[in-house]
Design a protein around this ligand. Sequence first.
Ligand code: ADP
Length: 554
Amino acid sequence: MSQAARPARITLRRPATWLPAIRAQWITSLRFRTTFITVAATALAIAVTCVFTALAIHNNLFSTSRDEVLGQAQRAVIAAQDVIDTAEVATDGAALQQVLFDARRELTTQAATSYYAYFRVDDEASAIAPPDFSFLLEEGDDAILSEGLRERVRSSDDGSQWWQSVGLQIDDSGDAVPGIVVGQQLEVQNAGAYEVYLAYSLEEADRTLRFVQGILWVTGIVLVVLVAAISWFVLRTVAQPILEASRTSERFAAGDFEVRLPVRGKDELAALGRSFNAMADSIEAQITELAELSQVQQRFVSDVSHELRTPLTTIRLASEMLNDRRSEFDESTARAAELLHTQVARFEQLLTDLLEISRYDAGSVQLELEPTNLAQLAEDVADSMRDVAGRHGSELRVVAPGGYSPVDVDPRRVRRVLRNLIGNAIEHGEGRPIVITIDSDAHAVAVGVRDYGLGMSPEQAARVFDRFWRADPSRKRTLGGTGLGLAIALGDAKLHGGALELWSEPGRGSHFVLTVPRVPGQSVTRSPIPVEPNGGAVEELGVTEPIRTGEDLA
Ligand code: ADP
């Protein structure tokens, strides 16, 4: 199972890191994503509800206050009109003034507001009509008594009311409070109609509205925070077991077959845990069974190889004796004796290889480390194989820029690997030169064997280390390989903590590179000899041109 990507770091003082960090969280954390969506959806729903509720309350509060104000104004104007209508008909200015004064007193008492004004409707001058009067409402004050309102009041002599929302200046602070101004006509005997205006402050209603709105928003925000916290914690309880399952699967995949998920309760997560554990039990049982089976097979191969050794030694001795005396036999018997001798030798080699492989499988191979000069060792192997190579028309060239200082390796095994690699190069090298390179760096020493022969396709190269695999089984073998050589060579390389790499291309040849660490037990990350010939010193080096050999360098 792949490890979840590590979320980007947020640095609060650097806003540029916020967006990438949030994006990374969005991609990697189910908990973050779900909480984000839940909070966004809840916030939207709460915002819509708050706005809607605030508007409804505002409308309701306003219309209630307005109706109250209109009723009060109506009653006040009617009361004032009553005072005028029931007074004795006055014909001189002073008497009329008194009637209107009485009416004004009644008006202000009933209206319960200190903002009022009245203006005579008729523009013609009258000797007896009382003058216009206003208290806190200035005539022509556009903000409060608009021309539109006055126009309507002037033209409505049927007693209808007109109103308008205004901003009222109630103190010297300069701030206006919401208010409403109501206008209506009042009929004064012998003086004609008067426009009467009464203004009311709606500050109380406004304050109530603000308070309710404040409560609504605070409640909304608290709700969003609560929803975020609840969904974060609920998701934690769900995500935690999932994370635990993922970690357990990773440990299981890494080979710890004994790990199990804790099962609590009977819910879906417990069902997940139970199925995981059942699967783990079954896999563990099968792996144990396979391991046991494989052990039985290894033991069988090892036992058979052992058991065959003794009779084979006798057969070899007999075949050697027959082979030595073949000149005494007739031609066909002599040929049979020779064939018997070579095939028995191959059989013996095969048994040796099989025993070696079964030792690897059983993990019972021990390295016998010795400080070894690998350049020297490679040259020795090359020298011992020069004759064979010569018989195949190939020249062995050794290039050793490094690898002289001793490294702790098992020389017997390294020699065997090199013999196998050089043997294969001779076998498949098509009679062209073979270049053996030895080089080293601070961490590792490597030996490369490059041939310019048949080469292999990528599919063949991928199988080259498989046991008993051969690219072309029908090809005649001259050096008597068993098909286990590279499998053993890879085992040897790994046992040293090293690597055996391969580059090969049909028609261009192959390059095998054995790399071993300078310090036993350290793993090798890169080789001093690049396996791709393009980057290496051996590239097409010596096919036509003279090259520096180990002897030249010395
Ligand atoms: P063997 O050589 O005994 O067959 P190996 O394990 O050494 O067994 O090699 C397996 C096969 O890999 C060989 O049969 C051959 O087909 C292929 N092979 C190995 N080395 C080379 C090479 N240098 N060039 C081409 N093919 C090779």
